[in-house]
Ligand binder design. Structure first.
Ligand code: SF4
Length: 333
C-alpha cells in the first residue's frame, strides 16, 4: 500500500457511521460489553389485523418469517435451529429473543407467557424484544413483560404521526392510540422502541420531520427503527403502485431524506435499524433496490460525512460518540 492509499484507507476507516449516529450495535456493546445478536422468533399466532380486517396495505406475511419460524414450530425448536447457525457465522455473541413477526402480543396472556418463557429459559438467551401494534398493548401484557426482569424492549408500530398516512396504510389505529400505548409502556418502565416508515406516499419532508420531532419530544421513546417502503406482491399497495398512482422513493432519495432527518432526532435515541431488513426480492412487485444493504449503508455514511450531519445536532441532546469511542477526536466536530 502506498503512503497516499494508506492515508486514504485510515481516513475512510475513521469516517464511521457510529461516530455520527447512535447505532444499535454501539448501544448493545456499551450495555452488555460484547456483541449481541437478535434471534428472530414467531409466537405462531397470526396477526389479527390481517386475519380479521385485511391487514396493512403493505403487508405480505410470506416476507417476514424464516423457514425455521414456520407455524407449528415451538419456540424451543426455532431457537435450536437458529442459534447454531448464528454461532457458526458470528462466533461468541450474546443473544436476544426477538419476537418480530406478526403482532407478538396477540393471544391470551397464558399463551404469551408460555411462549416468552420458552425463549427466556434457553441458556443462550439474555433478554427479549417484542414487536407489536398499539391496540394489542394492555395492562396485562405490560405486567407480563415487566415480570420477566431481563433486558427487554417493546417495539410499537408508529409509522407516522399523521392520521391520514395511517389511514392510507390501513393501520386501523390512530396516532393518538399509539401515543397512549407508548406512554402506558414508558410509565411502566418498559424500554420502548418505535417503527417508522420513511417515504409514505403523500408525505412531504416536513411531514416526516414532524414525526421525528414527536419522537424527540417523547421521553418514553428510547429506540427507533427506520424502514423504506417495499412494494410486495399480493398487497393492496402493489395494486395501487401498479396503477402508477404512487410516488415511491428510490434508495438514493431515501438515503438523502433519512440523513436530513437525523439532526432532528434526539441524540440519545438508539437507531436500531436504518433500512428495511431482509427484503425478499422474489416477492417484490415494483421498485428497484440496486445493490445491497452494505452498499446503502456506505452511501448513507458518505452522504452524512459530506454534509456534516450528526444525529440530534438540532435538538437539546446532540449524539456524543466520545462517550462510546475513545478515538473520535478530530472526527466529531
Ligand atoms: S400489523 Fe404487522 S403483521 Fe399485522 S397486518 Fe400490519 S404489518 Fe402485517
Amino acid at each position: 500500500m502506498t503512503l497516499i492509499s494508506t492515508f486514504h484507507f485510515v481516513h475512510i476507516m475513521e469516517q464511521r457511521l457510529e461516530y455520527r449516529i447512535f447505532t444499535y450495535s454501539t448501544y448493545l456493546k456499551n450495555k452488555f460489553g460484547k456483541r449481541v445478536f437478535r434471534v428472530g422468533l414467531s409466537t405462531g399466532i397470526p396477526c389479527p389485523h390481517r386475519t380479521m380486517t385485511g391487514g396493512c396495505i403493505f403487508c405480505n406475511a410470506e416476507t417476514f418469517t424464516g423457514e425455521y419460524q414456520a407455524f407449528g414450530n415451538s419456540v424451543r425448536v426455532q431457537l435450536d435451529e437458529a442459534i447454531p447457525r448464528i454461532k457458526d457465522s458470528c462466533g461468541d455473541v450474546a443473544l436476544m429473543a426477538y419476537f418480530q413477526d406478526e403482532t407478538s402480543t396477540a393471544g391470551s396472556i397464558d399463551l404469551l407467557e408460555k411462549k416468552f418463557k420458552q425463549a427466556l429459559s434457553h441458556p443462550e438467551i439474555i433478554g427479549i424484544i417484542v414487536s407489536t401494534r398499539p391496540d394489542y398493548i394492555s395492562q396485562a401484557v405490560i405486567e407480563l413483560l415487566n415480570s420477566f426482569n431481563v433486558p427487554l424492549t417493546i417495539e410499537i408500530g408508529l409509522q407516522s404521526i399523521h392520521n391520514r398516512s395511517l389511514e392510507f396504510l390501513r393501520r386501523n389505529h390512530t396516532f393518538e392510540e399509539v401515543d397512549k400505548a407508548i406512554e402506558l409502556c414508558g410509565r411502566a418502565g418498559l424500554n420502548v422502541g418505535v417503527h417508522l416508515i420513511i417515504g409514505i406516499p403523500g408525505e412531504t419532508f416536513e411531514n416526516m420531520r414532524q414525526t421525528i420531532k414527536y419522537i424527540t419530544s417523547n421521553q418514553y421513546i428510547k429506540q427507533v427503527k427506520f424502514h423504506n417502503l417495499v412494494v410486495y406482491r399480493n398487497t393492496e399497495l402493489a395494486k395501487l403502485a401498479l396503477d402508477g398512482n404512487l410516488d415511491l422513493l428510490t434508495i438514493p432519495n431515501y438515503i438523502e431524506i433519512l440523513a436530513n432527518l437525523l439532526p432532528d432526532l434526539r441524540g440519545d435515541v438508539v437507531v436500531s435499524r436504518l433500512f428495511t431488513s431482509n427484503i425478499r426480492h422474489s416477492q417484490i412487485a415494483l421498485g428497484e433496490f440496486p445493490g445491497n444493504k452494505t452498499k446503502w449503508m456506505n452511501n448513507l455514511r458518505k452522504y452524512i460525512y459530506k454534509n456534516g450531519i450528526i444525529q440530534g445536532s438540532e435538538t437539546a441532546v446532540k449524539y456524543d460518540a466520545g462517550k462510546y469511542f475513545k478515538s473520535t477526536s478530530g472526527i466529531i466536530s
